[in-house]
Design a protein around this ligand. Structure first.
Ligand code: ZN
Length: 160
């Protein structure tokens, strides 16, 4: 069976950036199961896996526009340190949920000064070119329930 709209695809993967640094991998965590065509994974990877089948090895080099988007400098902002009252030690890399007009956004601390803290609302992988090494382990039809929920159930998917 080939990967197509609404199929359940189980993959092993390794994700590296252009410097060869491993960003993420299914090694240790176990294979990932996703529902094809539902936006469970980034667009560029769905495009690369379409039409493939179990046993195929797929290498995909994905530009930011089809991954986590380009970095937007205006999503960085300086906020007064007072806003973080209750947190003794603000450190680089800490993440907070921030309420915006567009809803909650995850922001990352990128600079800390005496009075001000700079936070960045970009996804940590925004602007990063992603290189996937994927092995497809299984392709199967999704169940009615999986289609209704928009995700895979069981091993490698949602456990509920
Ligand atoms: Zn579900």
């Amino acid at each position: 069976m080939k990967v197509s709209e609404n199929s359940v695809v189980v993959i092993d993967y390794k994700l590296t950036d252009n410097d060869g640094e491993v960003i993420d991998s299914s090694e240790g965590a176990g294979p990932l199961a996703y529902l094809h065509g539902m936006g469970n994974i980034i667009t560029g990877l769905e495009e690369a896996l379409l039409g493939k089948e179990a046993g195929d090895e797929v290498k995909a080099s994905i530009e930011p526009a089809k991954a986590y988007g380009e970095r937007q400098e205006d999503m960085k902002q300086e906020v007064p340190r007072d806003l973080f009252s209750g947190i003794d030690n603000i450190e680089l890399g800490m993440q907070f949920q921030s309420e915006t007009e567009q809803g909650p956004v995850m922001v990352t601390v990128v600079a800390v000064e005496e009075e001000m803290v700079t936070v960045d609302g970009n996804h940590p992988l925004a602007g990063v070119h992603l290189n996937f090494d994927v092995t497809i382990r299984e392709v199967r039809e999704a169940s009615e329930e999986e289609l209704a929920h928009g995700h895979v159930h069981g091993e490698g998917g949602h456990q509920h």
